[in-house]
Design a protein around this ligand. Sequence first.
Ligand code: ATP
Ligand code: MG
Length: 456
Amino acid sequence: DFESRFNLPHLRDVLDIEPRLTTFSLNGRGPQIVDGADVPEDRKNGYVNEDDRALLKAIKYCSPNSAGAECIDPDCSWVEQWVHRAGPRKQIYFEPGEVKAGIVTCGGLCPGLNDVIRQIVITLELYGVKKIAGFQYGYRGFFDQDLPEIALSRHMVQNINLAGGSLLGVSRGGANIGDIVDSIQARELDMLFVLGGNGTHAGANAIHNECRRRKMKVSVVGVPKTIDNDILLMDKTFGFDTAVEEAQRAINSAYIEAHSAYHGIGLVKLMGRSSGFIAMQASLASGQIDVCLIPEVPFKFSGPYGVLRHLEHLIQTKGSAVICVAEGAGQDLLEKSNLTDASGNVILGDIGVHIQQQIKRHFKEIGVPADVKYIDPTYMIRACRANASDAILCTVLGQNAVHGAFAGYSGITVGICNSHYVYLPIPEVISSPRVVDPNSRMWHRCLTSTGQPDFC
Ligand code: ATP
Ligand code: MG
């Protein structure tokens, strides 16, 4: 049974529209519209068929409590699910020369945003699109009169990947879906590419639904931007690899500081509001972390099994220690502030500062000197330019976003699942954040590498 696990929303679900046939040329000319079925032989092979499927997962779990087993279907130990392959389609639903496409980047910064913008523009031009508008500072660019559209072209975006950040700027908050769709209508947009995290995608899906309700022929396609790698079903999101690589540098500095000081304790706080993937991977990659703390795994500071007692042990036996903590870890140990940012996200307590204070107080109390060095490299990491592997991921995602829009899909997002590039409906990937499974082999590997005990 090769049925896709998900139905992809398509413009023809609500609109009476006919596709155009294209030929795909592999020599850099891109898709060309043709009339009739007269497609030259050498132009028939560049497509991904609409019925093509990619295998989401293929593991045989021998029991439900096998490490890492996700019981999607408790009666079946085979997890085998299919999803839509991404890529250029033979049939497209827009006349490229008449298309006006928009691009917007929302939320926080993430390495690779410029790479995705660049590739979307290049691919749109390859299709023959002439009107490409960049919206400034997130969704704000749709209704703030002081923020005009930026006309984008291949020439303009040629080198933007050489720097981090976003050419278009980012922002949080202020998204009124009705106003945004009014603006899309007034500007006569046919396609909207939305780069952002879970909040942005919730917005993109709401825009898609409102366009559907108004029977507008607009394709809304998301490209998931989350440095935390916390999008469901996806192997990884762009920026994550770069973040891990940069985080390693911070860990290395913390290690050198700790190792060079008498009773030195290095502490590095990394991104990860609800998921500890960056902290886990950076700890694994660096090999210098003694204690890795993530949101998914509760821990205690004090008591015989607490973090502080383990630090005492490390100072006695090794002379120094290095801790890596994800920003969302141990929130139950901090006072709740109930404050939210402009987008309504809860502002987290600063676990890094809290741990630093706890350690200093504890070692003072027991009369053992300890030299704590705290590093928070968050903004340095977010502003980095994408590394090679992220740059490739961004390039493919940007291309596939454009192919998806031309294929007539809307309310979808692009991603890499089980090493295949796929399209997924937005609601399926934002229903909850993807988190580290404390029962997974990867977390166990991390614990093996740090040698830390259970802190509960
Ligand atoms: P990051 O990973 O950096 O947090 P994000 O996309 O989650 O990225 P947010 O600041 O939460 O960033 O949201 C970005 C934009 O999406 C904001 O303009 C916000 O107003 C809008 N938004 C957030 N949640 C929703 C929602 N549920 N419906 C509509 N719009 C939303
Ligand atoms: Mg978010």
